[in-house]
Design a protein around this ligand. Structure first.
Ligand code: AHG
Ligand code: MN
Ligand code: MN
Length: 339
């Protein structure tokens, strides 16, 4: 559900946001344009696939202990190189880097911090299923010239912008500046993102859920109860049938929910409890939660609003329940009851 739209480019949209609505300043506008441009370059690389020699492993392991794919490394490089020279950033953090990347001294520094998951859904790269990029923009604390990891540890409610791209049948950019959610589609001939949906809204109710059900035996009781009730369908306490989808690219799963509703879950379970969860707070959970809330949905850890969580580490992981409001609230209520 969304308002119809006149076709304008991302550039024009951002200029209008700056000029008429004063939502953003020139630096933030440049930052978002540059991120958009970098994502176009990633879309080209993803699209070339085997022809571009971008499939398969890079041969290194990242700070998460996960084998890096060539496209993880390449996407990270593209985003870094595009963003470091423009003068709009103080530092950059990424899933693929242990520590923040400081802006080289030869370039001017700006007031924003950029954090991203350069390539989300890495396990889908080699099988030609949708992948994406997720990003979040924070303010650099005042008086800080050389930001370190600590300066990125801001609750998600302090994000000034967040977005993701999906490299799917078409390449999409979904963006929030804290005043609704906007969707742009890449016009491949023109090479520009064109506004195609304004003020996206997530239906409050849904009959679709997304969870990696292979982890069922590791789940905590409230998650088991919630999902079992969904699976019981018409005959169970919910009195209606639910359908299940799991792409295993968060961007694709969240994008489906933004388009037609649903609940996405990656709970903390016995398999990932020692790590705090599966998904990362700063560059997966927070930007997605900001977008989902801006579209009228909800995002919870099960016990707390995700955007209120005070991060403890750059690569901290967390439980995620997000999407259609009434379902997220029900899942949270089951956690509260279990307590
Ligand atoms: P990434 O490729 O950036 O490491 O993220 C993968 C994440 C997320 O996109 C997805 O929802 C989840 O991992 C998939 O987990 P499973 O492998 O358990 O399905
Ligand atoms: Mn990811
Ligand atoms: Mn990733």
């Amino acid at each position: 559900m969304s308002e119809p739209v006149k076709p304008i480019s991302l550039t024009q949209f951002l200029i209008e946001q700056q000029r008429e609505r004063q939502h953003i300043n020139a630096d933030l506008r440049l930052l978002l344009e540059v991120v958009g441009r970098a994502c176009k370059a990633i879309a080209v690389a993803v699209g070339r696939g085997a022809l571009g020699n971008v499939l398969g492993n890079a041969g290194a392991v990242n700070v998460q202990g996960e084998a890096q794919k060539k496209l993880d490394v390449l996407s990270n490089e593209i985003l870094l190189q595009a963003n470091e020279w423009g003068g709009h950033l103080a530092a950059i953090a990424s899933e693929e880097m242990d520590d923040p990347h400081l802006i080289p001294h030869r370039y001017p520094k700006g007031n924003y911090l950029l954090v991203f998951d350069p390539l989300d859904g890495s396990s889908n790269i080699d099988v030609n299923v949708s992948v994406g990029t997720i990003f979040s923009v924070l303010r650099c604390p005042e008086g800080v010239d050389e930001p370190n990891a600590e300066h990125f540890l801001q609750p998600g409610s302090q994000q000034v912008a967040a977005g993701y791209t999906v490299y799917g049948p078409s390449t999409l950019l979904v963006l929030t500046l804290g005043d609704g959610v906007y969707q742009f589609t890449l016009d491949r001939e023109l090479g520009s993102f064109v506004l195609t949906q304004r003020r996206l809204r997530i239906p409050e109710d849904t009959q679709e859920f997304a969870i990696n059900a292979s982890n069922r035996r590791h789940w905590d009781p409230p998650v088991r109860r919630y999902v079992e009730e969904l699976q019981q369908g018409k005959e169970g306490p919910r009195g209606k049938d639910f359908n299940m989808r799991w792409v295993a690219s968060m961007v694709a799963d969240v994008h489906r929910i933004l388009t037609r509703g649903g609940i996405f879950m990656y709970p903390v379970d016995n398999k990932c409890r020692d790590k705090g969860g599966r998904l990362r707070l700063l560059y997966e959970a927070n930007p997605m939660s900001f977008i989902v809330e801006q579209a009228g949905g909800a995002a919870s850890t099960g016990t707390q609003r995700i955007l209120d969580v005070q991060p403890q580490g750059l690569h901290q992981r967390i439980a995620v329940f997000l999407g259609s409001k009434n379902e997220v609230e029900r899942a949270a209520a089951y956690h509260a009851e279990a307590d």
